[in-house]
Design a protein around this ligand. Sequence first.
Ligand code: MD0
Ligand code: SF4
Length: 352
Amino acid sequence: MRPVEAILERALRGEPPSARELERLFVLEEGAREPLLQAARELRRRHFGDRVFLYGFLYLSTWCRNDCRFCWYRRSNPACRRYRKSDEEVLEAAGRLAESGVHLLDLTWSEDPALRTGEGLAGLVRLTARVREASGLPLMLSPGVLPAAVLGELKQAGADWYACYQETHNRGLFRRLRPGQSFAERMRAKRAARAVGLLLEEGVLCGVGESPRDLVCSVRAMARLGADQVRAMSFVPRDGIPLARRHHGDPGRELAAIATLRLAFPDRLIPASLDVDGLAGLRRRLEAGANVVTSLIPPGQGLAGVAQSVLDIEDGRRTVGEVREVLGRCGLAPASGTEYADWAQRRKAEAR
Ligand code: MD0
Ligand code: SF4
C-alpha cells in the first residue's frame, strides 16, 4: 500500500485513488488528516477557484409515513413539531431567501402521506411552478421517493435537481436505517430523475456503523449514477432517536469523507451543511474541500432544519450575511448566479 502522500500526489496529477486507497483516506484520524484536506482544497481551487455556492433550504412538511431509525421526524416520534406549509407561506419564505442572495432553493418534504395522493402530487407540481416563477432561482426538490412520471412533471414545472439520499449502499445497513423501505426503489427513482434530465444529488450518513468499505461502495454508486452533487453528513444523535442509543455520529469521519469525496469527484458539488454543527461547523467543512453551503434558513418563518431542527435558525445564523463572513475568513467568496447557472448548464450538457 502506497503511503498517503503518494496517494495524494497521484490524485493531484489526476489519477483517482483506488478502492483500497479510498478506504484508507476515509478513516484518516485527525492527526494525519491535514495533507488530505490540503489536497482536497487544491482540487477544489483548480475546478472552482475561490467560489462557493449558497443553497436556501425550505422544509415544507415534517409529516412522514416512514420510520427511519436515524431521523427526528420519523412517524413514531411524538416529540417532534409537525407542520405543513401553505403555498403562500412557501412563496413568502422563498422570496426572503431569493432576496438574501442564495443561488438555489432546496424544497424538501418528508414523505407526507397527504402529499402522496393524486391531488397531493398535483399540488407539488403546481407549487414547484409557482416558486420557480416567483423566485427565478434554480430549484432542488427533495420529496422522497416518487414515481418516474411525477419526476417528469416536476422537471416540466421548473425543477432542476432531485435530491434523494441512500444514506448507505450497504443493503443490510440500509434495512437497519430505513426499515420497511425498498433499496432498489430508491435507486430506481434516482435513475428515473436522471433520465428525465434532472441533476442529481446522492448522499451518505457518517457515524451510523458504516465501514470504510461501505463508503467506497457509495463512491462507486455515486459514480455509476453520474451524481452531480455528492454529500456526506454526520448522524446527529438526539434523545428519542433509536439509533442514538448505539451510535453518536462522527464529525471527524464527515470531514475525512468530504475531502475523500473531493478526491474522487474533483469537479462535482460537495456540500458543507449548516444542519449538523450549525455556523460553528462551517469553516472546518470548507477546509475539507466542500464548495456549497447548504441549509440556509430564513428566521421568523416557523421553518425547521432536519438533523438540527432549531440550531442557529431564529437567531439568524443560517443566513447569507453570516456565511459570507466565514467564507471571507477561509479566503473564499460567494459565486454569482451566472457562475452557478453556467456550471449547471455544463453538467446537463455532459450528462446528455
Ligand atoms: C441540508 N438540511 O442541506 C438540508 C437537507 C435535503 N435535500 C437537504 C438535509 O443539510
Ligand atoms: Fe421521513 Fe426522511 Fe425522516 Fe426517513 S429521513 S423518517 S423519510 S423525514
